[in-house]
Design a protein around this ligand. Structure first.
Ligand code: SAM
Length: 213
């Protein structure tokens, strides 16, 4: 997501260090205590924060952590989250490449991938958030019943992801090639999702669970 540089973004992220966690590794294994929750969800590539802020408001008993590498975008998400009750929320304004050091093994319940960058050129496939190199990290960080939930507008990324999860022996629990055809009030609409819905494009969605041990 490209956005013009915002002069206020960096100072705002620093001023709100209670919410925008600069050293997430310190909390590895203790996120549930920090966010006073039983269930813990993260959204990787949370953009301007529409999804995790809305979902956190709808599910106040769960912990929600947004992860967004672009600081100009992360600052918008932080502003949005801080304008609502946010004791059960946090933001990590860093690249998810370091994910494994931020959480303990089995600490997460759900990982959300919403409208992830597709990286269409095959030379960049490793950067896709559903590449096996990420799936191995997700597997370690999720609890035994843990799930990855993906939504995308991009059929090629969806197909790639289905193949990649299958190769890594994840169990496909739910799949839809037109998720918004039916109402889903339990699932918030992301900023990108709204744009594609306005264009009449289908939303692809899948839920995977870790392989049976
Ligand atoms: C296409 S936008 C989608 C934003 C939002 N999820 C939505 O659905 O409206 C993808 C976002 O993921 C972020 N992103 C991509 N790769 C990332 C990574 N490795 N770590 C953290 N954020 C990432 C990008 O900076 C961008 O803001």
């Amino acid at each position: 997501m490209r956005m013009r540089k915002k002069a206020w973004a960096e100072p705002f992220l620093k001023e709100n260090a209670d919410f925008v966690i600069e050293k997430p590794e310190i909390w590895a294994g203790h996120w549930r205590e920090k966010l006073a929750c039983q269930r813990l969800r993260i959204e990787i590539g949370s953009g301007k924060g529409d999804y995790f802020t809305k979902m956190a408001a709808m599910n106040p008993d769960e912990g929600w952590i947004g992860i967004e590498k672009e600081h100009n975008v992360a600052a918008v998400a932080a502003k949005k989250a801080l304008a609502q009750p946010h004791e059960h929320m946090a933001l990590i304004a860093q690249d998810a490449d370091q994910l494994s050091s931020w959480f303990a093994k089995g600490e997460l319940d759900v990982i959300h991938l919403n409208f992830s960058d597709p990286w269409p050129k095959s030379g960049y496939a490793k950067r896709r958030l559903s590449h096996a190199r990420f799936l191995k990290q997700y597997e370690a960080l999720l609890n035994p019943q843990g799930q990855v939930i993906m939504k995308t507008d991009n059929p090629k990324l969806f197909e790639f992801s289905l193949t990649e999860f299958s190769r890594e022996n994840w169990q496909l629990r739910e799949v839809s090639v037109d998720f918004r055809r039916q109402p889903h009030p339990e699932d918030a609409i992301t900023e990108y999702e709204q744009k594609f819905m306005d264009l009449g494009q289908p939303i692809y969605r899948a839920v995977w669970q870790k392989k049976a041990i």
